[in-house]
Design a protein around this ligand. Structure first.
Ligand SMILES: [Fe+2]
Ligand SMILES: [Fe+2]
Length: 388
């Protein structure tokens, strides 16, 4: 019998949170603005309004609500593989945001279900409203693109998943759907409780889309191959997406509420064009070799954090200040390292870390309390002040 091995268990990993990073800003926003409860919406007037619609009007609203409910349910279910792929890459800030993202999708599912149950009073089989293009996207393409991440977490697979989920699902189709709801309900001030929930869900989707585009922008900037995957995927999905919108309209003649297929598509495509242009811009910047300041900050922060352990480091940037403040230690006796944006934007993290190492920055920050060091860019060189 051998003696049981006595080894020190590895410590649980602790990360540093960059509160000024986009995912953290979205996370904080989501805690403030995303905190709504579908159960608290007052739907009493909605029930009365529902009874006053014509049969055709009710059918349009029911169809749209059924499609939203099914789409939100897919979006809730299919987000999981993305959460896992972000966890696998240890992107802590994104993981925090994804917890609210997922919770919000769950609330959207609950919200549309509640409207179907309590306002439309429809609990039966509503799958007849799902047209062939809708089924192809939400029952086949979306789950396949997301589940692929479980076995293929490559940048191209991540980008294809986000094109499907964010750009097409939350973007083009979400926009078209919200546009139709607001055209139908705003004019007569009808269904105020439902509109209240729609406005909140739409605001949540705005954050989700911002996050999706942020990650897509990073992926296309970092890897040339990814752009091909993104544009191929978009080419494949655009006809299907427009098919979903057209099939929705085909069911009615005349279309109630004066809804127009052309207006709906134009509105969604105009928004899409802006997002696509932003992605092309991110790709062009990546190809021009501009260092990715966001990634550089993360890498420098990670390195400083490792070096000063067990003391903690916290990084802040006030608004659009040109200086990033790395605070090492507790509030009373903390040392501070200031790095200008110029340094972080013009130098690779490996060069910055080499300069900090050469000037023994971690040791100096750790040793005496209240040390104040500055890292600036001068004639293309990284300077640490004061010199040792
Ligand atoms: Fe949603
Ligand atoms: Fe969403």
């Amino acid at each position: 019998m051998t003696a049981p091995e006595r080894r020190e268990p590895a410590p649980a990993r602790t990360g540093v949170l960059r509160h000024d990073s986009l995912p953290m800003r979205l996370y904080h926003e989501s805690k403030r603005l995303g905190a709504w409860d579908p159960r608290s919406l007052d739907l009493r007037r909605d029930v009365e309004d529902w009874a006053r619609f014509t049969v055709a009007e009710r059918d349009v609203l029911l169809r749209l609500t059924v499609l939203f409910q099914a789409a939100e349910e897919s979006m809730t279910r299919d987000l999981m593989p993305l959460v896992l792929s972000v966890a696998r890459e240890d992107r802590l800030e994104e993981m925090l945001f994804l917890t609210s993202f997922l919770a919000e999708e769950a609330k959207h599912t609950e919200f549309f279900r509640r409207v179907l149950d309590e306002v439309c009073r429809q609990s039966g089989d509503l799958q007849r409203y799902q047209t062939p293009s809708f089924r192809r996207l939400f029952a086949e393409q979306l789950p396949a693109a997301m589940q692929r991440l479980l076995t293929d977490p490559t940048p191209a697979a991540q980008a294809e998943a986000l094109v499907t989920y964010s750009l097409v699902g939350e973007g083009v189709l979400g926009d078209a759907g919200y546009h139709a709801f607001s055209s139908a309900l705003t004019a007569g001030d009808r269904m105020p409780g439902f509109r209240d929930g729609l406005a909140r869900a739409q605001a949540d989707e705005g954050r989700h889309l911002t996050y999706g585009l942020h990650v897509l922008g990073r992926l296309v900037a970092e890897d040339r191959e990814v752009w091909g995957a993104v544009s191929r995927r978009m080419e494949e999905l655009l006809p299907l997406t427009l098919g979903i919108v057209s099939e929705f309209f085909e069911a009615y003649d005349p279309m109630p509420f004066g809804l127009s297929l052309d207006d709906t598509i134009q509105d969604a495509i105009a928004r899409f064009a802006g997002r696509w242009a932003a992605l092309e811009e991110a790709r062009a910047q990546g190809q021009a070799g501009a260092p990715n300041a966001d990634r550089t900050v993360r890498e420098v922060l990670g390195w400083v954090g490792e070096q000063v352990q067990p003391v903690t480091v916290d990084m802040r940037r006030e608004g659009t200040s040109p200086v990033y403040t790395f605070r090492v230690g507790s509030a009373g006796a903390s040392s501070v390292l200031l790095i200008t944006q110029e340094v972080l934007g013009q130098h690779a993290s490996t060069d910055i870390i080499a300069a900090l190492r050469a000037h023994r920055v971690p040791e100096r920050l750790r040793s005496a309390g209240r040390t104040r060091l500055t890292c600036v860019n001068a004639r293309g060189k990284i300077i640490v002040q004061p010199p040792e």
